[in-house]
Design a protein around this ligand. Structure first.
Ligand code: IMP
Length: 210
C-alpha cells in the first residue's frame, strides 16, 4: 500500500481522488532540509520516510512563489506561514508590489520504493548531493547512500489578493486563479487545476504502470 507522507490531512484528501483510494496517510514529520528548490527537499524527505516506513512512500512538498519577491516565500512557505502568517504575506505584497502581483503555487511529489526506475520524462533524483552541498556539511553514511527517488512537478499561476473564502488551507485565501481564490473553490474545483492536482495526475499515470 502506498503511503502519502504528510502531517496535513487536507493534502491526503486531494490525493485520494487521483489514486483511487489506494493510498493511506503516513503522519511522519520528515526533516525539511534547507534548499532553494522544492525537489531536493522532497527527495530527501522521501528517502527518510522510506527508511522509516519500509513501504512505498510519496512525499509532497509545496510552496507559494511570488514573482515580485523573486519566489519568496517558496521553499520557506511553511516557516513564513507559521511566523508572519498568510494575511501578513498579502499585506507585504500589497505594500511592495504593483498589481497584478503574480504568483504561482508549485508542488513536487517524490516517490521512493527502494527500487531503481526505468527512464521516463519525469526526473530521477539519485542521491542527496544537492542537499549536502546546500548544507555545506559532511553527511553520515546512511544519508548519502544512493536511494533513487522519482519526482513529479505541478504548478498553477495566479495572483495575490486580499483574503477571501473559507475552504482549503494555508495560502489558499490569498491566491486567486481565474477570478476565484482557492479558498472559494470546492475541493473538486481546486483539485482539477491545482499544482498538487497536476503533479498527482502525472504521478498516477506513471504509478499505474509501476
Ligand atoms: P508543505 O509542503 O506542507 O511543507 O507546505 C509548505 C507551505 O505551503 C505550508 O505553509 C502550506 O500551508 C502551504 N501550502 C502547501 N500546499 C498548499 C495549497 O495547496 N494551498 C495553500 N497553501 C499550501
Amino acid at each position: 500500500m502506498l503511503r502519502y507522507v504528510t502531517t496535513n490531512a487536507g493534502k491526503v484528501r486531494e490525493a485520494l481522488s487521483y489514486l483511487d483510494d489506494d493510498v493511506t496517510q503516513l503522519d511522519f514529520d520528515y526533516t525539511e532540509v534547507q534548499a532553494s528548490d522544492l525537489g531536493p527537499i522532497a527527495a530527501h524527505g522521501a528517502r527518510e520516510a522510506y527508511r522509516y516506513a519500509d513501504e512505498p512512500v510519496l512525499v509532497d512538498d509545496a510552496g507559494l512563489f511570488i514573482d515580485g519577491f523573486e519566489g519568496f516565500p517558496g521553499p520557506y512557505s511553511s516557516y513564513v506561514e507559521d511566523t508572519l502568517g498568510v494575511e501578513a504575506v498579502h499585506r507585504l505584497a500589497a505594500a511592495e508590489l504593483d498589481e497584478p502581483r503574480r504568483a504561482s503555487f508549485r508542488c513536487v511529489l517524490a516517490y521512493c520504493d527502494g527500487e531503481p526506475f526505468e527512464a521516463s520524462p519525469n526526473p530521477i533524483d539519485r542521491d542527496d548531493r544537492t542537499v549536502a552541498a546546500a548544507r555545506g556539511a559532511e553527511q553520515d553514511a546512511e544519508e548519502t547512500e544512493a536511494l533513487p527517488v522519482k519526482l513529479f512537478t505541478g504548478s498553477v499561476n495566479g495572483r495575490i489578493v486580499p483574503p477571501r473564502g473559507e475552504g482549503g488551507f494555508g495560502y489558499d485565501p490569498i491566491f486567486e486563479h481565474d477570478g476565484a481564490t482557492f479558498a472559494e473553490m470546492s475541493a473538486e474545483e481546486k483539485n482539477g487545476i491545482s499544482h498538487r492536482g497536476r503533479a498527482l495526475a502525472k504521478f498516477s499515470t506513471w504509478y499505474a504502470e509501476r
